[in-house]
Design a protein around this ligand. Sequence first.
Ligand SMILES: Nc1ncnc2c1ncn2[C@@H]1O[C@H](COP(=O)(O)OP(=O)(O)OP(=O)(O)O)[C@@H](O)[C@H]1O
Ligand SMILES: [Mg+2]
Length: 355
Amino acid sequence: MRITRLQLSWFRNYEYVDITPVPGVNLFLGENGVGKSNLLEAIAFFGNFSSPRTSDTNALVQANKPKCRIMATYLSNGQEEQIAVEIVVMPKRETRVLVNSIPSAQYKAHGHMKIIGFWPSDLEIVSDGQEKRRALIDEVTYQIDFTHSKTLYQYRHLLRQRNALLRQISSGRADKNLLKYWDGKLIELASLVQYKRKATIHRLIEIFNEIIPQLDERLSKVSIVYRMNIVDSRALQDSIARDLALGYTTVGPHRDTVGLELDRQDVKDVASTGQKKTIALALRLSQMRLVRNISGDEPILVADDIFSDLDEAHKKTVTLAISAAEQAFISSIERPKWLKVDLSWKISNGRIYRE
Ligand SMILES: Nc1ncnc2c1ncn2[C@@H]1O[C@H](COP(=O)(O)OP(=O)(O)OP(=O)(O)O)[C@@H](O)[C@H]1O
Ligand SMILES: [Mg+2]
């Protein structure tokens, strides 16, 4: 899979961009603050319609503009496809997705473009809370199984409705018996979400176990442990008093945990900063290999300024992964001398030039 044309308008600091990236490695060079990460963020947005940097889509629209538009034309197994996204902030917030010029629900377009991002913030997958880990597993899952995105969307929708009902019951505006209707559906969708997450993690572990010792022998004992927060009628019954008091549902896949453990301890408490980076890197490399193996599509690789603080051995691994990709977008302040580049681009003042 590769992007043949990328157009942005009013996206972050870019007034208008229309570029034709090449197959292989596209390197974007520029000083601090010129828009390197912004450009890679736009590309990543096509993968799951969210930014790896912010949950506030307002921030993506150029200051004082009502909306932005990003469009990618890409080749997938030789077939030309196009995805356009319009993020509107005024008069009403809304994100519109068009697949080959036809409006599409976001969840239906998730994972069409398979993008694997290596971000400085990936460290948070290892060192922060569970949300980032679940998000990674869900991303990998819909990259290899389109239906996951819809299931997840339906589950979240249902959860919001159940939570609203819980609050209505607490304030005496609804009857407790109404919960039965939602609970049956919730149980069904929850088990589907978890079944798919489990299948993904199972596959990811196999690859991760091969990759991690190659990066750091001492980390070969790191294990990924998926703990499902099972929701059945018993669990819902046991939690009902608490759920009513809190006004939200406290059991279900939104409470699943993905442990990264070394000798039964959370790696975030025992691994060094460098080792945490290694684990994050191994997770991304595993994602890349899994998506390639299962979907048969070469994912597009996006790497934002990742060379700046890697040691030599890691640089080598990342360089190998980049060179193996059908297409990669790399940002850097300085030209990495060891990396074979197919086309260098220079960014300055919100403009992009071929070097
Ligand atoms: N919504 C927006 N509207 C206008 N400008 C924006 C918007 N969001 C971000 N910017 C500008 O984009 C620039 C930052 O771009 P970016 O983060 O891509 O820099 P970078 O080239 O990756 O820098 P670094 O090398 O420091 O990582 C800043 O000047 C910021 O003011
Ligand atoms: Mg940056």
